[in-house]
Design a protein around this ligand. Structure first.
Ligand code: ZN
Length: 343
């Protein structure tokens, strides 16, 4: 089969379309014929050797897979050839204390698809059957590939790690990102008043189209002042954050008493400092969020099929141009998701 493989780290690294042997399913494994696979920051971190994990090359990146079951192992009962599926990209063991209570995102021996095992920028991908989620009727592969990872990350943040009450003020950082574009829509569906951020006019317009009530210009250093003004100096109840670096301390400036920041990323930097005095006086919370549980992924796809959550797709590349898709995502001028269409 054909696979776009990372053969040397760098920014850009060296990604080549290679002919490699077809994967073969063991007893509880499934081969998925990939239809489409979304790109994420995780793929860029892999490319740049920026993950705190030892990576063996060559590696096929790609964790946001949608496609059809192409072959099943001897013990696979619930899936058959042709079934349309999405893949839970944090492949979990199914046996540890966290998996046993359906918190697969906390799995003690989780494996990231496309990082520590070969992912979806290939004609076929091999996964354990427990990683599959059935695509609901009416949801196409590209919509699924645009929401499976980033959309379900947002769903996990807003409905599992944190909660939204109708009428809450929610600040969503980065309207044009995969997580941000989904989080705006999810927060609005839950009845929140939503403020988002964008560094350009086009990104702020996108925030409005997705339902945000306000969009502030994050290229201005004092943007938190604008968030406080919009909320009558009160601040927001919840911040959905995925950037880290100097953005996270600014989110505290936007936060109301009793408010919560939920964060799932650190693109702009992993080490931060913030003032603990207002944090405990105002009884605020900072919550980490990582990946998703299968129920978050199922909910994301159901919402998408019901028209409650729309994918935002910036561009789609054929498998032969996977390296160009990486360049596009790195340009940071993307509005929504970059996808690779495989078949
Ligand atoms: Zn586990």
């Amino acid at each position: 089969m054909k696979a776009a493989q990372l053969i040397a780290h760098g920014a850009p690294g060296k990604i080549e379309l290679r002919e490699i042997p077809d994967p073969q399913p063991r007893t509880d494994e499934v081969i998925v014929q990939v239809a489409a696979c979304g790109l994420n920051r995780l793929d860029l971190w892999l490319e740049e050797a920026g993950l705190p994990i030892r990576i063996l090359l060559p590696r096929t990146p790609g964790g946001e897979v949608a496609g059809r079951v192409a072959a099943v192992g001897a013990n696979v009962q619930n899936w058959k050839t042709g079934d349309p599926v999405a893949v839970q990209s944090n492949i979990f063991c199914g046996e540890c204390e966290f998996c046993k209570r359906d918190e697969e995102s906390q799995c003690l021996s989780g494996e990231l698809l496309g990082v520590v095992r070969d992912g979806g920028f290939a004609e076929k991908v091999l996964v354990p059957q427990r990683a599959l989620v059935r695509l609901p009727a009416g949801l196409d592969f590209e919509a699924s590939a645009a929401l499976t990872l980033a959309g379900s990350t947002a769903m996990h943040m807003l409905t599992d790690r944190a909660q939204v009450r109708a009428g809450d003020w929610v600040l969503v950082i980065g309207a044009s990102s995969g997580v941000g574009s989904a989080a705006i829509q999810i927060a609005k569906q839950l009845g929140a008043r939503v403020i988002s951020t964008g560094s350009t006019e086009v990104k702020r317009e996108l925030a409005g189209k997705l339902g945000a009530d306000f969009a502030v210009d994050s290229s201005k250093p004092a943007w938190p002042v604008e968030v406080r003004r919009l909320t009558n100096k009160r601040g927001v109840d919840l911040v959905v954050e995925h950037v880290g670096g100097d953005v996270l301390p600014k989110c505290f400036e936007c936060l109301a008493r009793g408010g919560t920041i939920v964060t799932c990323g650190a693109t702009a930097g992993r080490d931060i400092s913030f003032n603990l005095w207002p944090f405990f006086v105002k009884q605020q919370r900072l919550i980490g969020s990582y990946g998703r549980n299968r129920k978050d992924l199922a909910a994301t796809l159901e919402w998408a099929a019901a028209g409650k959550l729309k994918p935002v797709i910036d561009s789609t590349f054929p498998l032969t141009e996977t390296a160009s898709a990486f360049v596009k995502l790195r340009s940071r001028e993307v509005l929504g998701k970059v996808l690779v269409r495989v078949s």
